[in-house]
Design a protein around this ligand. Structure first.
Ligand code: SIN
Length: 513
């Protein structure tokens, strides 16, 4: 029986572990407890063409439009074609998606031409999926190691054969297997304001980079337009706007239609930038999300989690607009894979937010990320026993270019300083000057060498920040979530992926669509 280590316990890791446990010896490691991950906080839902008035083609079109010319078409076809069957798998597993009159209920989110978003527990979709999968994994043959922090991937003869972990239960230890499936999630903690939980420090992507895997599209970081403007930036789902809520300036005027004919339901990056501009124009104060027309009763039933958090902050959103602000939400970039989750390093698969399948291109369509995790985690398991393809999984035929900022670290930094720098200089708006400043600052910072998990997370965030800033500098155009104030137009000749690999010194490669 072959063996596999799965790293991470969001939807991607749990699905991979569960599927693989039917035929493989599985060790599932997570740096926190089994049920903690970004998945748990997903509100809006999961998009799939499941309804009679919808079609796979329409879902493909919407995904490609949002992705602004950088999607991998093959991956998008796989996502939208196989998505409905994988969602039915979840239903069979016991995920109780909300229903109306016995039929699956569906929500609407920005840039979808149809209502096709399934949700559960109102706004607790991720938690419902996570709970069902955790139960199934607990009942499976998979071995679970919680509170195990993966410090590095183990590479032997050019193949990934395990992970090094530190864990209170087992100390520092090497775990070996025939393959590793990285499902370690995103890196929301790169930014001062984020909807992501504290565990999202990009550890998997950084470890893959150190091991020599190609990362791509790293300059594309999605900012959610509406997080509650309180510490912790609790997500206010786009589904709220899908139900008809409006965004108002400090004087109570609706302004998003100034920026886009679709107003509040314009693509996510357009709404986020519209809000950021408005906030700047009104001295930095948050804008307002007005859901009062929906009524307190409807809001409490459809969005119980948001209602509870509003109450915790003394806000009655059924009768008053609430303050909202953009926050970092989802990283489109990550470890480059083919449409089977295979990376450029034999033996290493990547699925979920840590991966860059090319599905999202320059901007992810709302509620496509749970679906991506589900579809590609399932597919990667199907490839576990197959020989790694001889031809490179990824085409990196363009000549490599060295990174141009010398790294000469001398100064210790704090996580907060790094998050603030990324927010200010590499956030919703970036210019060459800002990015150059960020690159220079990042080059001076040195991680604290204490070896604690926090110190290692900070080192990972630093490593990823450097690559993101370099990529954002290299992309001299605006496209999707990447907005260069000094290059505000999209340049058709730049419709290609930038890939990054750290082959001492780090180099830039171009990955074909
Ligand atoms: C939301 O509920 O607005 C988030 C959905 C997503 O990010 O896909």
């Amino acid at each position: 029986m072959g063996s596999v280590i799965v790293v991470g316990t969001g939807i991607a890791g749990l699905v991979a572990a569960l599927e693989a446990s039917r035929s493989h010896d599985v060790t599932l490691v997570t740096k926190w407890e089994l049920a903690e991950s970004n998945t748990k906080y997903a509100q809006g839902g999961i998009a799939a063409a499941l309804f009679d008035d919808d079609s796979v083609e329409s879902h493909i079109d919407d995904t490609l439009r949002a992705g602004a010319g950088l999607n991998s078409h093959r991956a998008v076809e796989v996502l939208c074609t196989e998505g409905p069957d994988r969602v039915r798998d979840l239903i069979r597993l016991g995920v109780a998606f909300d229903r109306e009159h016995g039929e699956l209920a569906r929500g609407r989110e920005a840039a979808h031409s149809r209502s096709r978003i399934l949700h559960a527990g109102g706004d607790a979709t991720g938690a419902a999926i996570e709970a069902a999968l955790v139960l199934a994994v607990r009942e499976s043959a998979a071995r679970v190691i919680e509170y195990a922090f993966v410090t590095d991937l183990v590479v032997s003869d050019g193949r990934v054969v395990g992970v090094d972990v530190i864990a209170p239960a087992v100390g520092a230890r090497r775990l070996e297997a025939d393959s590793v499936i990285l499902a370690s999630g995103g890196a929301g903690q790169l930014y001062r304001h984020t909807t992501n939980p504290i565990v999202t420090t990009g550890d998997g992507a950084a470890a893959a980079l150190r091991a020599g895997a190609v990362l791509s599209d790293v300059e594309f970081y999605q900012f959610h337009p509406t997080s509650l403007a309180v510490p912790g930036n609790f997500l206010i789902s786009e589904a709220v706007r899908g139900e008809g809520a409006m965004i108002l300036d400090a004087d109570g005027r609706r302004f998003m239609t100034d920026w886009h004919p679709d107003g509040e339901l314009a693509p996510r990056d357009v709404v986020a930038r519209g809000i950021a501009r408005q906030m700047a124009a009104q001295g930095g104060t948050p804008v307002l999300l007005d859901a009062t027309a929906l009524g307190a009763e409807f809001l409490a039933e459809r969005f119980p989690g948001i209602t509870r958090v509003c109450h915790e902050y003394g806000l009655e959103w059924g009768s008053e607009p609430i303050p909202v602000t953009p926050a970092a939400h989802y990283w489109m970039g990550g470890v480059r894979t083919d449409e089977w989750g295979r990376t450029s390093l034999p033996g290493l698969f990547a699925v979920g937010e840590v991966a860059c399948t090319g599905v999202h291109g320059a901007n992810r369509l709302a509620s496509n990320s749970l679906l991506e995790s589900l579809v590609f985690a399932w597919r990667s398991v199907g490839m576990l026993d197959q020989p790694w393809p001889d031809a490179a999984v990824l085409d990196d035929s363009m000549p490599p270019e060295p990174l141009d900022t010398p790294v000469d670290p001398t100064e210790l930094f704090t996580r907060l300083e790094l998050q603030q720098l990324m927010w200010d200089e590499a956030g919703l708006f970036r210019s060459g000057e800002q990015l150059q400043h960020a690159a220079e600052q990042l080059a001076h910072w040195i991680p604290d060498g204490s070896g604690t998990v926090t110190a290692q997370e900070n080192a990972n965030l630093l490593e990823l920040s450097r690559v993101i800033v370099q990529a954002a500098l290299a992309r001299e155009e605006s496209r999707g979530a990447h907005y260069r104030s000094d290059f505000p137009a999209t340049r058709p000749q730049l419709a290609r992926h930038l890939g990054w690999a750290q082959l001492q010194p780090a180099r830039k490669v171009t990955v074909s669509c």
